[in-house]
Write a protein that binds this ligand. Structure first.
Ligand code: SF4
Ligand code: SF4
Length: 376
């Protein structure tokens, strides 16, 4: 049975946090169960974009610092790496405070740049993943708990998409992004291709609304940990009050018979009774209502059942980032306007996720608005 541990923790004070993380990991055997002296350990925080810690977009630097210290104390070498969605690794690490935290704790920053192809037994026969991620003796996953426009939730499983480097992310979005089920399968196959030893979630200040980059910080006051990221995500989703049917990764993991999708089969070790956050997390306003519909129906009704992105001409600086990251190249920018070809758009929301000025909003058709009046 999977074990998921929860510790309440309401701020990022380092002294308190160290105690809480120590207590959090005790039922799992402590850090020394996962790390041996002399090993090379990679920490994989969420480094989506260069935003300050209080924006709750990235894993808080205090958590990265304390885990780095704990792993070093266990006698291992610590690398901290990711491939940000936007901006260079070095700039993002500096802006998020993670560069300083890693430096102070004696770790090494390791940008994900080189990749190696590995074969998998899933639908995606071969995956190109970051070499430091593949070559580490141990990987410890350090996600931030956030809502996500496409996957509804980003936590343990989705955080590992960072092992896909740079523009290859757009390529995989193009291959799989037209279907949430397929994209969820891809995320699970990445997680299975190189299993992580441990997932420790920053849920002290989580994010709700239009995550993962434009949502609202949501103080939740929790740390979660477990060996199986699917089980950790199941618990995180229940705490956030997100129904299972809105979680493509959980649905797909269940369909594949993977462990960790049923709460009753997870052993919870918590210093509080597990309840849903009050009120439940606000969900992204771009969520559609396609779940449960056959593929061919979704295709026909796509323009009615999914919103389309539109740029707010006042906020848009025409910086070109959305055009550059758009997997099917559906965005064109002229001197005076930004246009989106809704026929080509696969609704992956990368443009919204990575727009630095939160200038990309959504336009919903009448049918979608009517259907969304139904309770979730
Ligand atoms: S990323 Fe945002 S600001 Fe930049 S061009 Fe696109 S919509 Fe405009
Ligand atoms: S326009 Fe935006 S949502 Fe549509 S495919 Fe491009 S990045 Fe994805």
């Amino acid at each position: 049975m999977d074990i998921v541990c929860i510790q309440t923790c309401h701020n990022y004070n380092e002294i308190l946090l160290r105690e809480k993380i120590f207590t959090l990991l005790e039922p799992l055997g402590g850090i020394s169960k996962f790390v041996c002296p002399g090993q090379k350990v990679l920490l994989k925080p969420n480094l989506l974009a260069g935003r300050p810690p209080e924006a709750a977009v990235t894993t808080h630097p205090a958590i990265v610092k304390i885990i780095t210290e704990m792993v070093r104390d266990a006698g291992a070498e610590v690398l901290v790496g990711d491939s940000p969605g936007i901006g260079s690794f070095e700039k993002v690490a500096a802006k998020t405070g993670i560069a300083r935290a890693v430096h102070e704790a004696g770790g090494i920053l390791e940008p994900f740049s080189c990749t190696r192809a590995i074969t998998t037994r899933g639908i995606f026969r071969s995956l190109e993943l970051a070499v430091p991620y593949l070559d580490a003796d141990v990987v410890i996953n350090l996600p931030k708990l956030k809502t996500h426009e496409m996957m509804t939730l980003t936590c343990g499983v989705k955080n590992l998409f960072g092992a896909v480097v740079g523009s290859a992310k757009a390529g995989l979005h193009l291959t799989a992004g037209h279907s949430k089920e397929l994209f969820a399968g891809l995320l699970l196959e990445i997680a299975m291709a190189r299993p992580v030893a441990l997932t420790i979630v920053d849920g002290i200040v989580a994010m709700e609304g239009n995550g993962p980059n434009s949502g609202t910080p949501r103080p939740l006051g929790m740390l979660l940990a477990g060996e199986n990221p699917v089980a950790v995500d199941t618990v995180a989703a229940r705490i956030a009050g997100i129904p299972s049917r809105l979680l493509p990764v959980e649905q797909e993991a269940r369909r594949r018979g993977m462990a960790g999708t049923e709460l009753e089969n997870i052993s919870l070790i918590s210093d509080i009774e597990l309840t849903t956050a009050t009120p439940p997390f606000t969900l992204p306003d771009g969520l559609d209502v396609q779940f449960g519909l056959p593929g061919f129906v979704k295709k026909i009704l796509r323009n009615y059942l999914t919103p389309v992105p539109v740029a707010n001409s006042t906020l848009c600086t025409r910086c070109g980032i959305c055009r550059d990251v758009c997997p099917p190249k559906a965005i064109t920018i002229t001197e005076n306007a930004l246009k989106i070809d809704s026929g080509r758009c696969i609704r992956c929301w990368c443009c919204r996720e990575l727009c630095p000025g939160q200038a990309m909003s959504l336009k919903k058709g009448v049918l979608l608005r009517l259907l969304q009046r139904q309770p979730l």
